[in-house]
Each structure stands twice: as C-alpha cells, then as structure tokens.
Design a protein around this ligand. Sequence first.
Ligand SMILES: [Zn+2]
Length: 280
Amino acid sequence: MSNAPPDADARRAARPVVCYPPDRLPAPDAGWMARLRAGLTPRETLTVPPRTARCLRVPAGHVLRISCVQGPQVGDLNLWNADDLSERFYSGKTRALYGTHLTTGHRLWSSFPHLRPMATIIHDSLAWYGFDADGAGVHDVIGTRCDPYTDHLLSGGQYHHCCHSNLVRALAAATGLPPDRAEPHVHDVFNVFMCTGFTRDMHQYFTKASPVRPGDHIDLFAEIDLLAALSACPWGDCASNSTETACCHPLDMTVLAPDPDALTGWQPPAPNGYDRSHGA
Ligand SMILES: [Zn+2]
C-alpha cells in the first residue's frame, strides 16, 4: 500500500498475545465427564422438524443431547436460565474465551452480570474434525443466526421461517409471551454441527457442507436450570447459500438424567462474584 509507513513491517511483526490463556479457565475433569456419560438415562426426546424450532427445559445436572437423526443438518441453539430469561448464552464472550469453535470440555457462558457456565460440552462425536485445510471447524460461535432483517436488507423480502423467527415463535410458545416480547430474548446462537470458517484472503465468514451424519451428537451438561431452544436451520447442511433448494432434516433434543452418584460434590455455579459497583 502506498500510504504504508516506513516501519509497517515492524508494526505488523508485533507478537500475537492470546487474550484469555485457556489454562486460567477452570476446566471440567475428563474422568468426571466420562463417568457422567456412562450413567445417563434418557428421559425425554423432542424432535425439531425441519425449518422450525422447539423449546425444552433441561434441569441442572441433566444432559441435553442434540442428535442428527435422518441426514446432515445444522442447528441454531439459544440457552436461557429457565427462571430468568435475562440470563442467556453469551456467544461473543464464549468465543473470546475458547476460540471460534467449541468442542468437548468447553463451556457455554452466560451474559453479564452473571457470567457463569450455563452448560459444559461433555461429548462431541465430531471432535475428530478439528480444523480442515480451509481453516473451517464445526460448532461455531461466530455466526449470529439467519434472520428476516438481514434478508430484507439484501433482498427486500419478508422471510419468516428463518432461525431467528423460528426461535421467536418457539420461545413465545414455551413462555406464553407474545412474539414481540419474546423476540428481544432471542440472541446470538451456538451453531451446532455447522462447519464454518473465514476465507484466507478476505477473512469472510463462510460455510461448507456439514460433516454431521445420522448418529452424531453433542452432549451439553446443564450447569443451571436451562430453557433451550433449537432451530433446524432452513439452510440444511449449509452446503450452499440457498434456502429454497437446501435439503433439510429434523434434529432431536434429548434430556438425559445422570446417575446421582456422578454428581457427588457438584453444585450449580454461583453468579459471577464481581461487586457491580463499577468504581463509582
Ligand atoms: Zn438458520
């Protein structure tokens, strides 16, 4: 670039500093996660039909399993404290803490001022995928969700059966709130089974066909009582950016109860300990 300063190369050569060294985060014990998984009993399964969303309560100490059942399909997940919708999943901070994609051992953190683990991923059958040659990984906390506002901005249309609107309708049905009061609670999602990255040249967000297959699942241990909403995205497996031609499939949400012995010594995490005086 012609306007580059003489020391441009030196400025660019500054050393990257990881903002949140992962070794400072309290991590779940691998042996505990394995013992917990070994003693799970299915209690309830809810099928999310293609291009819709459903809500499910998950008691603290139970596990939410999200399963691919018929064909490749991605899901957009929202999580709330079941007793306080103002405490919800904080995609941006979770991304800052772990990186762009989540897998076994990572936690889904809640919004300020709570900032505590809402769920811990105790198993991910797609953990083998890692990062591919395009720099893509599975289960991202980058994307926000497909929504009618961006669609209107780009096409001028009125698109109702996107993940955002699916989640609004599902939350409204679960809580009795009218849609316009449910909508502000819908938030940036955890993109389950979605395979995404940034292009090498322009760092643009991209998707590619999800590697998920029937039988694959991800298990989330509920650290607090949760209300979970999952949308089976109208983009299907996200192999293209056309919702009209996408082949869409259902997803299953299953609540599994733990063996009580596996929870010995475990307690739901307390809300964050910051005193909230903000130095005033
Ligand atoms: Zn979507």
